[in-house]
Design a protein around this ligand. Structure first.
Ligand code: PLP
Length: 364
């Protein structure tokens, strides 16, 4: 086969050909403050115990298709309301895709809606599934534009609306009254996914409102809590809804190593929660130091990251890169984010390195 151009043009969808792959910066040897990872590792004792458990995992067998024990543990440890179950995913990314796949009707216009700027996978997954994505701009202060959302819901009749709470990349929590208005406007015509990837830091949740709102789905992940490497997301919703999503879920979507490591981590949740508290304690210090930078604006942050604006984000990230520090320049993502940088809150040492790189006078 020599003419791949022809082969690809004949087989691969035009919209897929036009895409670029999800880009992650080459990060070996860098201080990584661009992906909201937890900088802390498990303590030595826990690692040894985990190694033992993983060594006993039955790698020769297919994993349990829907691990009852792990689900029960998630429900018990992570505040799932009585009478509600969870569905597990290979990261919450997979759950986003499962929800969208379940609502997208072949040959009919299906709309997936989210405020913008927000988490990019909502739009990406919608496109892969063949749904139309409608993005509703946030206000200048990154609050939800309630009137615009309600108008867009009326006009486009979305099958599902995604609200990241707190929002990524802006970092803020939307006003509860605005979120409630969106869920209520959708009523029995649309689902609302409240994506709580940063709940361990925000310490506020819609989980308790599941009984009140039949169309509500609450989604979370262990990634930002310190287990990004194992890929485990979970979502809860009314059992009737979960039963439908379960039909779309690939049968062995959570592998045995992930199941084992997740069960272990939940048995030692206190260690992860303590790490989250340490990160939360650093957040206001980092925010205050950033606010001291000449011309900087720091936005309210409820997750393990801070969004801030500087006079020249290109220059600031270049200075960071020269010190082998990664943070995300979001200028190109959305006009509201011009000259905005998103930085993960990390250890006191890494935060200090980040600040001193930014504070250093410009070369030239
Ligand atoms: C990081 C993030 C996710 C992805 O979580 P995974 O479980 O690692 O796939 C989902 N939603 C939001 C808003 C995020 O920021």
């Amino acid at each position: 086969m020599s003419n791949f151009d022809q082969l690809i043009a004949n087989t691969i969808r035009p919209d897929v050909r036009a895409l670029s792959s999800y880009h992650v910066a080459d990060n070996v040897g860098f201080i990584r403050l661009d992906q909201m990872e937890n900088p802390y590792e498990l303590s030595g004792l826990l690692r040894d115990e985990l190694a033992h458990r993983l060594a006993n995992a039955m790698l020769n067998r297919y994993p349990v298709p829907s691990p009852n024990e792990l689900r029960a543990k998630v429900c018990a440890k992570l505040g799932i309301p009585a009478g509600y179950d969870v569905m597990l995913g290979n990261g919450s990314d997979e759950l986003i895709s499962i929800v969208i796949t379940a609502v997208t009707k072949p040959g009919q216009r299906t709309v997936v809606m989210a405020p913008v700027p927000s988490f990019v996978m909502y739009q990406r997954s919608a496109q892969y599934a063949g749904a139309d994505f409608v993005g509703v701009p946030l206000k200048e202060d990154f609050s939800l534009d309630r009137d615009a959302m309600l108008k867009a819901i009326e006009e486009h009749k979305p099958a599902v609306v995604f609200l990241a709470y707190p929002n990524n990349p802006t970092g803020n929590l939307f006003d509860k009254a605005d979120v409630n208005a969106v869920i209520e406007a959708l009523g029995d015509t649309g689902l609302c996914v409240v994506d709580e990837a940063y709940e361990p830091f925000a310490q506020t949740s819609y989980m308790g409102r599941l009984p009140r709102y039949p169309n509500l789905i609450v989604m979370r992940t262990l990634s930002k809590l310190g287990l990004a490497g194992i890929r485990l997301g979970y979502m809860s919703a009314a059992p009737q809804l979960l039963a439908e999503f379960d039909k779309v879920r690939p049968p062995y979507n959570v592998n045995i190593l992930t199941q084992t490591a997740a069960a272990f981590a939940l048995d030692h949740l206190e260690e992860l929660n303590a790490q989250a508290r340490a990160i939360n304690a650093e957040r206001p210090k980092l925010a205050a130091a950033l606010a001291e930078l000449p011309g900087a604006t720091v936005f309210p942050a409820a997750g393990n990251f801070i969004l801030f604006r500087v006079p020249d984000a290109e220059r600031a990230t270049a200075k960071l890169l020269a010190n082998r520090i990664l943070a995300k320049n979001l200028s190109k993502m959305h006009p509201l984010l011009t000259n905005c940088i998103r930085v993960t809150v990390s250890t006191p040492e890494e935060n200090a390195a980040f600040l001193s790189a930014l504070q250093a006078p410009d070369q030239s």
